[in-house]
Write a protein that binds this ligand. Structure first.
Ligand SMILES: N[C@@H](CCC(=O)N[C@@H](CS(=O)(=O)O)C(=O)NCC(=O)O)C(=O)O
Length: 215
């Protein structure tokens, strides 16, 4: 299967990390779509993903699958351990909820800040910007960081007692925060400690090179 992505992108990172966690590297080829040239807004790409975003998974039968949560669920169903989207009904529900909350309260909020209150992908791609809206989303992301910090004071992972898709989504949010230089609030010690642990995972550390050799 093929992944259309941008190697250093925060949303593509979610899929790169999932692939590495499940040891699927040998089954995937990556094809870069240049966001800064606006290739993702061209008709040829929009025919693959109406929403004009990355990543997109192209299955061997030609089916296109967009949206990180859907792609992760697909990959999880393809292969066995480790399961990233939950085994029991309760786990599946909680992981999906916490991953969606990580999108709404952190990752998507940082993305809006990037596109609206910074130069983003450049004037040829950012054809409409609302800096005030971007700044409000930045403040929302900071509140989201504090929320996840409060959770991590009592648990090791975002959705419970093991690593899951929800952790990967928060990782995506902190990767994006790093790109836009949005620092974690000083008092978010539990989130900071969790982030150090997450960055030590080979799947996170090697996400751009996708090397499965420990560096
Ligand atoms: N809801 C989508 C969002 C994906 C998304 O925003 N991807 C970014 C890629 S990256 O910024 O993370 O590298 C994108 O395509 N941005 C292009 C744009 O918004 O114009 C998902 O979950 O896949």
């Amino acid at each position: 299967m093929k992944i259309l992505d941008f190697p250093t992108g925060p949303y593509p990172a979610r899929i790169r990390i999932a692939i590495a966690e499940k040891g699927l590297q040998s089954r995937v080829q990556f094809e870069t779509v240049d966001l800064y040239k606006g290739e993702h807004k061209q008709p040829a790409f929009l025919a693959k993903n109406y929403s004009g975003t990355l990543p997109v998974l192209e299955m061997d039968d030609g089916t296109f699958l967009a949206e990180c949560t859907a792609i992760t669920e697909y990959l999880d169903a393809l292969d066995g351990e480790p399961i990233l989207t939950g085994v029991t009904a309760r786990e599946k529900g909680l992981i999906h909820m916490m991953s969606k909350r990580a999108e709404l309260e952190l990752l998507d909020a940082v993305s809006v800040y990037f596109h609206h209150a910074t130069p983003g992908l450049g004037p040829d791609v950012e054809i409409y910007q609302n800096p005030e809206w971007g700044l409000r989303q930045r403040d929302k992301a900071l509140r989201g960081m504090r929320y996840f910090d409060s959770l991590l004071r009592d648990r090791a992972f975002i959705a419970g007692d093991r690593f899951s898709m929800a952790d990967i989504t928060v990782i995506g949010g902190l990767i994006f925060s790093n790109i836009v230089k949005l620092a974690l609030p000083q008092d978010c010690e539990a989130l900071a400690a969790w982030w150090v642990g997450m960055q030590a995972r080979p799947s996170v550390r090697n996400r751009v090179t996708m090397s499965d050799k420990p560096r």
